[in-house]
Design a protein. Structure first.
Length: 315
């Protein structure tokens, strides 16, 4: 199969028939074999009934229905599990992403050598205050922290090599950082394509401003797991040693002053309590590193690594 299209959705019953017809037309024009996985993330409207109706008309339309709302990351993760295509395309269900972009996104993966191609909505129809400015700040911060240089990290229209989506797991709000997660898993050929952004035709946006707060917290999680997920002692141990050493040196200096000069009472100097605090924090961080190592070494996936290829000429 050439292409799997993953469409996470919530309360988009009005747009689904038009989207399904549009995708089908593009696939037929380009002679692609395809499937569309519509993932209903706890809709309260008639979205699931519409998906069932569309599947009855077109066998390429398939559906997953969550019992409640779990979020876009969960919807994408389940769609990735089910996808069988050589190239996986993700897009939103609100018709703001154009299926006409699919052929070029597909070709950039198949012939361009990319692992991921992310859409860039260079011209947007969103509110500048509510979305554009926070998105620019978010993209700038993510680029500086992760080293993945994309103008529109959160664009829902992306294409992936099959191996990428089968090698990663997304949860929480981490769908925004799939390129970052993929990079930490060794997929470094990440490209970008300017795509059309269309004004919303039906309904209203399902995302609030809290997604930016959650997004930055998830970015911190990804950066930590990517660098120290299998070696937490390298982070906590280093920080713990640094804090404890600072506190110990301060305490040593105060002890020297007390023993040889007896100018000040140690416990009456604020720096004494700073030294105690630094040593306590350092000890706690060091212990956190030990506990993290114990948890990591007993984890089932502690020795799971992504192997690109194996060469054995004796077989």
């Amino acid at each position: 199969m050439d292409i799997s299209v993953i469409v996470p959705l919530k309360n988009e019953d009005e747009s689904l028939p038009e989207l399904a017809a549009w995708i089908d037309r593009v696939m037929k024009e380009n002679q692609f074999s395809y499937e569309v996985w519509m993932v209903d993330d706890g809709s309260t409207d008639n979205s699931w009934e519409v998906i069932q109706s569309l599947a009855g008309i077109n066998a390429n339309i398939k559906g997953i229905k969550f019992q409640r709302n779990y979020g876009k990351s969960a919807a994408l993760n389940e769609g990735f599990k089910m996808a069988k295509g050589d190239v996986i395309i993700t897009m939103d269900a609100d018709l703001q992403d154009s299926p006409d972009e699919i052929p070029e996104l597909y070709n950039m993966i198949k012939t361009g050598g990319y692992d991921i191609v992310s859409g860039w909505k260079k011209k947007r129809y969103d509110s500048a205050l509510a979305k554009n400015l926070p998105s620019k700040l978010y993209n700038w911060t993510t680029t500086r922290m992760s080293g993945v240089k994309l103008h529109d990290m959160n664009c829902g229209l992306k294409s992936y090599r099959k191996k990428v989506v089968k090698s990663i797991e997304v949860y929480g709000e981490m769908h925004r950082y799939i390129p970052v997660i993929a990079k930490w898993n060794g997929f470094r050929n990440i490209g970008e394509k300017v795509v059309e952004h269309r004004a919303r035709k039906y309904g209203v946006s399902k995302f609030g401003l809290e997604r930016f707060i959650n997004g930055f917290l998830d970015l911190a999680t990804i950066m930590f797991i990517g660098k120290f997920g299998k070696r937490p002692m390298h982070l906590f141990g280093a920080l713990g040693t640094m804090f404890f050493t600072i506190g110990f040196l301060i305490a040593g200096y105060l002890g020297y002053e007390k023993l040889f000069h007896d100018v000040y009472k140690m416990t009456e100097r604020p720096i004494f309590f700073l030294a105690l605090l630094a040593m306590i924090i350092g000890s706690q961080l060091f212990l956190a590193g030990f506990i993290g190592e114990l948890v990591t070494r007993n984890a089932v996936e502690r020795n799971d690594y992504l192997v690109e290829t194996t060469l054995d000429r004796t077989k």
